[in-house]
Design a protein. Sequence first.
Length: 131
Amino acid sequence: FRADSGMYGRESLRNTNFRGLAVADFDGDGEAEIAVAYNRSRLFFFNRELKLQKLLVLPANPTLLVTVERAGAMPLLAVGCFDGSLLLVDGKGQILRQAKFGAPVSALAAADGKVYAGSGNGEIAILEAKP
């Protein structure tokens, strides 16, 4: 993928490999990081100069990505996957909580420190992202 400050990835990788993009100060250093959910079961964390900071290999290819803001705590990422996994990930790339649907995660939203998710089977779950 390309940006004004550089490029990451090979020319042969197309934009259909992107599954989600989120921006927040995930590590508490006062600067926003860029999280990118990418096909091939990858979650990348970049700094504002687009230098790779962390790489997390997910249990399956991601479908969706959202930022979970929490009062008095660092934001988290919620990642939905094709195998039905729903993951809560911190800025260190650690999976803090997870749930499993019987179908791919097809809807994902966050509000008030909670993650709302739905699957292709019509299942719905709410995960609380406690500090």
